[in-house]
Design a protein. Sequence first.
Length: 279
Amino acid sequence: MAAGSNEARREITSAECGTGSATVNAIFVRGLSKSYTSRDGCVSALEQISFTVKEGEFVAVVGPSGCGKSTLLKILAGLLPLSKGEAHLGGIPINGPRRDIGVVFQSPVLFPWRSVLENVLLPIDVQRAGRDSHQETALELLSLVGLREFAHRYPWELSGGMQQRVAIARALIHDPSILLMDEPFGALDAMTREQMNLELQRLWLDRKKTVLFITHSIPEAIFLADRVLVMTPRPGRITEAVTIDVLRPRRLEAMNSPEFCITVSSIRARFHAKGALDA
């Protein structure tokens, strides 16, 4: 596993927005900053963020609480405007929510009065895309996440991990090219979280979607990602892009390997040096 403090800067110059280059960037961010106005004046949440994510790549973002990880994801999802800089998805500037991306938050946000199947079909209903033509796709996705037999159950009948699998299936129902995930397993217990990491890896290997995965867990980021972007405490900046050279499919036992532990310790040391801890 190799890390380079200048890698994030080099990425930008190697393939501008994926336009006119051999390598297409699914996500392109350059000089992105975000500030809020509060009673105490202007608060800088993100400062000069620059990175790219290639098509089909799985990239995780780690950083201490309050560093702006979720703010970054909301900007990419079109839910928040940026203050400065530029951000593109598939070469198109982000100007608001898009139908060609899927978003999964920490809470699954399922409607309790809708069955599992109806929750998965919610984006289709909202977009008026034709429920009948997507119902079989929804059932296939529920099979993919191991929940087809629960299609007609309700959220309150499912465990937390099962509910989050429903949320992932819902995010995939319209076949998005990019999947944005904001600490989707942060509220789960340790054993369920490990199982969900295996499930997500399996789904990614099957579908090869472009994934940007926000987490405060360094081991989770290393286990799942091709690269890990390391953020500083607020105002959030990306200081490193760490390449993960662990063969896939990855087993949980890989977390006990010397190489894995050295990489965890290396990333964690950066936060300790700044007085910030990962969870």
